[in-house]
Design a protein. Structure first.
Length: 317
């Protein structure tokens, strides 16, 4: 990070923009992190696809299957691979707050731009909102780096817009990945858009959120590198058109990607999101690799169905 804690919000407002992708982490045949493969993917994502930032070691990156040392190494690897060409936000999520803080301090030390911490799974439901508030307040107190909140159904509950609005007053809380129904994130934008950057993972809602809610940040999932190729950067194109005020042109480009979205969605087994996305990466010429247990690999029949949909979806390689 290259800003003071007191300047975290203004720094994010200036620099946390555009298309950010959640990086899948490739594992080789021995289920080790494929560092060279990850670097090759990052080079392609930055140089060819023009992605602005990367969410590292999150759910897409299978952080839950990694040791603490591996997660720290992922942070180092991502900062090195980005090389100042794109920004990084490191997932420090964990059920143990000491681990969260340890990871956050490491991210800060190695030069990450921001961190993200998902709302914890709670084993009780008394004073839930105050408990979560204290959770984030304590983490923010221990580090200087800008923090993005992350609320999603996996926690067993969703942060309310009102709670997020309170959290937005914390100096180094700068953004939120808010995986909730649109009325909830629209309400949070109304309440707190002056203090934090609100975003959600849905690529299909991204354009409307730029045009209708004034959003500047897609934070983030895998579509930026699964829906695009070196010769077909339609997500980048419609995003830039929207930022330039060319709404009708942006909608036309966005809508043209629907066959690609459907090919991805309709061939993805519900219980195999990671292996399906990694196979799609390989079809695109990226490094996909294996998934770690307990995640499940695709069957040959599932690969064949995915390949057929990929070849028919109209994505230009």
């Amino acid at each position: 990070m290259d800003y003071a804690k007191k300047d975290a919000k203004s720094h994010a407002r200036k620099h946390m923009k555009g298309i950010w992708a959640a990086a899948l982490m490739p594992f080789n045949a021995a289920l080790e992190v494929d560092e060279d493969g990850f670097r090759r993917n990052m080079d392609h994502w930055i140089d060819d696809l023009k992605i602005d930032g990367f969410f590292v070691a999150g759910k897409q990156g299978e952080f839950f299957s990694m040791s603490l040392d591996e997660r720290k190494r992922n942070f180092e690897l991502a900062v090195q691979a980005a090389g100042g060409r794109a920004a990084t936000i490191m997932s420090c999520s964990d059920q143990n707050m000491d681990v969260v803080i340890d990871l956050a301090r490491h991210a800060q030390k190695v030069g990450a731009d921001y961190i993200v911490v998902h709302a914890p799974v709670l084993h009780f439901f008394k004073e839930q909102e105050q408990t979560v508030y204290e959770y984030y307040r304590t983490i923010a107190e221990k580090v200087d780096i800008g923090i993005a909140l992350w609320s999603h159904p996996d926690s067993g509950y969703l942060l309310s817009p009102e709670l997020c609005n309170r959290l937005a007053d914390i100096d180094n809380v700068v953004a939120i990945k808010y995986s909730v129904p649109r009325p909830m994130y629209a309400e949070l934008s109304r309440l707190a858009n002056d203090r934090i950057l609100v975003s959600t993972a849905s690529e299909e809602e991204w354009l409307d959120n730029i045009l209708e809610l004034g959003w500047q940040l897609y934070l983030c999932s895998s579509p930026p590198y699964l829906l695009q190729t070196t010769n077909d950067r339609r997500m980048r194109e419609y995003t830039d058109l929207a930022f330039a005020g060319e709404a009708d042109k942006a909608r036309a480009v966005r809508d043209s990607l629907q066959p690609v979205r459907e090919a991805l969605r309709n061939t993805r087994p519900a219980e195999k999101p990671h292996s399906h996305q990694k196979y799609w990466q390989e079809l695109l010429g990226q490094v996909g690799g294996r998934v770690r247990p307990p995640m499940l690999e695709l069957t040959e029949a599932e690969k064949a169905a995915t390949l057929a949909a990929f070849e028919a979806c109209g994505l230009q390689k």
